[in-house]
Design a protein around this ligand. Structure first.
Ligand SMILES: Cc1ncc(C[n+]2csc(CCOP(=O)(O)OP(=O)(O)O)c2C)c(N)n1
Length: 292
């Protein structure tokens, strides 16, 4: 939240745990720096937690679980919605039902980030979702699943990316094909740099050209691109096609590419705190979203 929370000089006392001493207190004034591996430090901290504090924490965890259940209730109609073009959250919902456990999911910046962080459900502690959020460089997921596969060949690698990312690392499809990496590649095709288009609309609404500039691509069937490399490809426009493509992709032992035509995040804002605040929606409301 652009370092707005917790307030930098507020009441909250902050302990920062980091493996890298150089990052300690870089952003916030902190009360207690601890340099160490997060898992080991947590184990040490847990034995020091007083019992009455732990009891209070249990009540808090219960409260969070109630809110969590409420969240899934509120979101369920959107996750089930069969509108066309498909809503991105509908794609994640279908993926949840097909993902094997454990698995490695890598997501690019753009549409896949807000929707995978909010809706992807991983039930296995060995599963991982990796998103290069530090710089959010587009084009990471396709090459990264090659690395994920060699790091853990028994775990199914899954890549989530937009068409902007695909444009930046499409050549790596050749690597996946040549090495026969059994990745499931899910392309969120919205024919634009959606993230940037949404930012332009949020910050400069009502300008000529709809306030947007240089962010639209043509609407292409990108499954044909993957086919060039001999990768099994699926063009997905309907919920039924989504189901059958996921079914087929996860039953194969070779790379598969799903070109999924999705609604653009420039048309209906995803749960991005600063965007919702800017357009006057309540970002803290469960299931907050806004049409723009
Ligand atoms: C290498 C790189 N260039 C530019 C950006 C800035 N950027 C962030 S999101 C975005 C648009 C992403 O478009 P797309 O991959 O099509 O996903 P969408 O937002 O449409 O879902 C851009 C250009 C970036 N993050 N990385």
């Amino acid at each position: 939240m652009n370092w707005k929370w917790p307030a930098p000089h507020g009441e909250t006392r902050i302990i920062q745990i980091d493996l890298d001493p150089d990052t300690i207190a870089n952003t916030y004034p902190i009360d207690l720096p601890i340099v160490g591996d997060a898992k080991l430090v947590m184990e040490d901290l847990l034995v020091r937690v007083p019992e009455d504090f732990a009891a209070g924490t249990r009540a808090w965890v219960d409260e969070i679980n109630v809110k969590r259940a409420e969240f899934w209730d509120v979101m369920s109609p959107f996750l089930q919605e069969d509108s066309i073009p498909l809503r991105p959250e509908r794609v994640i919902e279908a993926l949840n039902r097909h993902l094997p456990a454990p698995c490695h999911v890598v997501s690019d910046a753009g549409t896949p980030t807000p929707y995978s962080t909010r809706f992807l459900r991983m039930h296995d502690s060995r599963s991982k979702l990796v998103i290069p959020r530090f710089f959010g460089g587009l084009g990471y997921a396709i090459p990264a699943v090659v690395g994920a596969y060699f790091a853990a060949p028994k775990l199914r690698p899954v890549a989530l990316f937009g068409d902007g990312s695909l444009g930046m690392s499409a050549g790596e499809l050749e690597t996946l094909a040549r090495l026969n990496i059994p990745a499931v590649l899910i392309h969120f095709n919205n024919a634009c740099f959606g993230w940037i288009k949404a930012l332009q609309r949020v910050h400069a609404p009502g300008n000529s050209n709809d306030g947007t500039f240089s962010v639209d691509f043509g609407a292409y069937d990108m499954s044909k691109l993957a086919e060039v490399y001999g990768i099994r490809s699926f063009r997905v426009e309907t919920p039924a096609q989504l189901e059958s493509a996921l079914e087929a992709a996860f039953s194969r032992d070779a790379p598969s590419f799903l070109d999924v035509a999705v609604e653009s995040i420039a048309d209906r804002l995803p749960p991005v705190f600063s965007w919702l605040t800017k357009v006057g929606a309540d970002p803290e409301a469960i299931g907050a979203q806004a049409q723009i």
